[in-house]
Write a protein that binds this ligand. Structure first.
Ligand SMILES: [Zn+2]
Length: 354
């Protein structure tokens, strides 16, 4: 082939490719164009082979032209393939049984993405906030179990059978004699055995159930968050400082705290931590029922029997645990009057709280 023949052949190939691609309606048609014009044994390949018939001075110039044409053909084919693949995928989507009025589309950036629709439930929002605070203090989060045995709910927590404190938790029972957990403390011994080493820092969150009549401030199902800290030489003052640091981070301001004795069988001594109402600075308001104080956290030094059950020698180690009712704190922080509204799924309420 002469230089002239090759050049005119090249022009004709480019024209043919453009014409064929512009008419192609399916991926198969584009694949056919690719096989014919650009792959092995294609006309373009034959043209490249014939370059060696040219004179040494013509060869580089014509060779460059052929290569340029090859690149342009390949990119045209690539573009046609992308266009048709996209078109076919949209057509398939349209044929599927989907809700085309849904206000988002996975491949359309101009429509609002999923995460800007709706908000987390107020309880989930506060769980996340509290876990953030505790994890920033080095605590490892664990989700509680909703169904458990007598052993983890009572025995392991220093409440053997016939212990009168078992009555303090009005538990439900399943037909198989399992207990929908009345507190998140059923995780304490489990976590001690799981983590094994001190310093042990864990935060437990979960849903608990008690057989109580529901009213504006009591629910039979509610949420608890509980912390566990074990190391050598842990004291009551470490406990109070940790609780205070958490409460201040949660309310986002300085909180004056005070403690009073409290009784929980799995701690010794037990305390109740009260915080001066951050909404009225102790003057008295609806949130604090006009007392100026909020009962925030139940806590105490882990009972030696519980430490032993979890595999920690109480002569060597000490620790503290605390727990709080999440629902009540959410109600206080958001000025919610009725605990039942947290579960009523009223969209106006859900949108108004966060
Ligand atoms: Zn108040």
């Amino acid at each position: 082939m002469s230089k002239k023949t090759i050049e005119s052949e090249l022009g004709s190939i480019l024209k043919q490719v453009t014409a064929r691609l512009s008419k192609a309606n399916t991926l198969e048609e584009v694949y056919a164009v690719r096989n014919e014009f650009s792959g092995k044994g294609s006309v373009l390949q034959q043209l490249l082979q014939s370059l060696k018939e040219l004179s040494p001075e013509d060869r580089p110039l014509v060779g460059a032209k052929v290569n340029e044409a090859k690149k342009s053909i390949e990119s045209d084919i690539e573009r046609a393939l992308l266009f048709l693949a996209n078109k076919e995928s949209i057509e398939k989507d349209e044929q599927r049984d989907i809700d085309v009025t849904a206000p988002f589309h996975v491949s359309n950036p101009h429509v609002a993405p999923f995460d800007s629709i709706g908000t987390p439930h107020p309880l989930q929002y506060e769980i996340n906030r509290m876990l953030d605070i505790f994890t920033s203090m080095g605590f490892i989060p664990f989700e509680g179990r909703e169904l458990d045995t007598d052993y983890y709910v009572f025995d392991s927590l220093n409440m053997p059978k016939e212990h009168p404190a078992r009555q303090n938790w009005d538990t439900f029972r399943t037909e198989d004699n399992l207990i929908p957990t009345p507190h998140t403390s059923n995780m304490q011994v489990r976590i001690m055995r799981h983590l094994k080493t001190a310093p042990l820092r864990a935060v437990i969150y979960g849903r608990v159930a008690r057989n109580e009549a529901a009213d504006a401030v009591h629910g039979h199902t509610f949420y608890q968050i509980e912390g566990l800290y074990i190391d050598k030489g842990v004291s009551v003052s470490n406990m109070i400082a940790t609780i205070n640091a958490f409460v201040e981070a949660f309310f986002g301001r300085k909180v004056v705290g005070k403690i009073q004795p409290g009784y929980f069988p799995f701690v010794e001594p037990g305390i109740e931590y009260m915080g001066q109402c951050p909404f009225c600075d102790g003057v008295g308001c609806v949130s604090c029922k006009h007392t100026g104080w909020l009962e925030l956290v139940g806590a105490g030094m882990i009972h030696p029997n519980v430490l032993r059950e979890g595999g920690f020698d109480p002569k060597e180690y000490s620790g503290f645990a605390w727990g709080l009712g999440l629902d009540r704190m959410v109600m206080q922080r958001n000025g919610i009057q009725d605990i039942r509204s947290l579960f009523a799924s009223d969209i106006r309420f859900l949108q108004s709280t966060i």
